[in-house]
Design a protein around this ligand. Sequence first.
Ligand code: DC
Length: 232
Amino acid sequence: VGVAKMRKKKIIITIDGPAGAGKTTVAKAVAKRLGFLYLDTGAMYRAMTLKALKARITAEEKERLVEMVNETILIVKKDEKKGMRIWTDGQEVTDKIRTEEVTNNIWWVCKVKEVRNKAKRMQKDIGSDGRIVVEGRDIGTVIFPDAPYKFYLDASIEERAKRRWLEQKNKGMETSDMEKLKQDIEKRDKSDMERELAPLKKADDAVHVDTTNLSIDGVVDKILVYIRKEKV
Ligand code: DC
């Protein structure tokens, strides 16, 4: 009976946590190992922020933002080679949403109810068949509160800043000063944790994973071991 029940139950794995905790790399690797879909929910907020910036909408213009969001056709697709890709109004923006300008402006876009509701509807729809790893800030708490496997990834601020620095370096970008990286991350933590709607926090039933001293493979293994031990 247990096994039959398991088969019917939608297998959704949620991975939440602050910026730089390793969510993206880990979520992608876990999905690959299990043959599951991978969904990056931050990309949706990034895409809406990019469009708002292009339309020269400002943080003070909530009505314009809501109007824009309501008429935006947002599409995410899986690309066999390149992973998850995202489009707004027929234009692919997957790479364009990774700029510092977008990152610095998401906070005022992602706190608006209509924006979150649009993202929520899409995420629920995409996840409805299960067999998916979903990464974000509010996935275990708000989007899939009944998911059977929930993880909350965290790491020290120093470690997260170091990872961002390495990321910039590996991408051939100009690297920022470590202190500035720390400040940026702290600012983002604060706005993610203190916003009124769907703030970042660990779901009561999520497994806390401190990734400070773990390699990516170490975190992935920990998660896979946990999943196998728990239910399979
Ligand atoms: O994961 P990321 O860095 O791409 O996310 C960018 C921002 O998007 C994050 O700082 C807050 C917002 N976000 C959110 O509010 N809810 C999510 N589920 C995912 C991201």
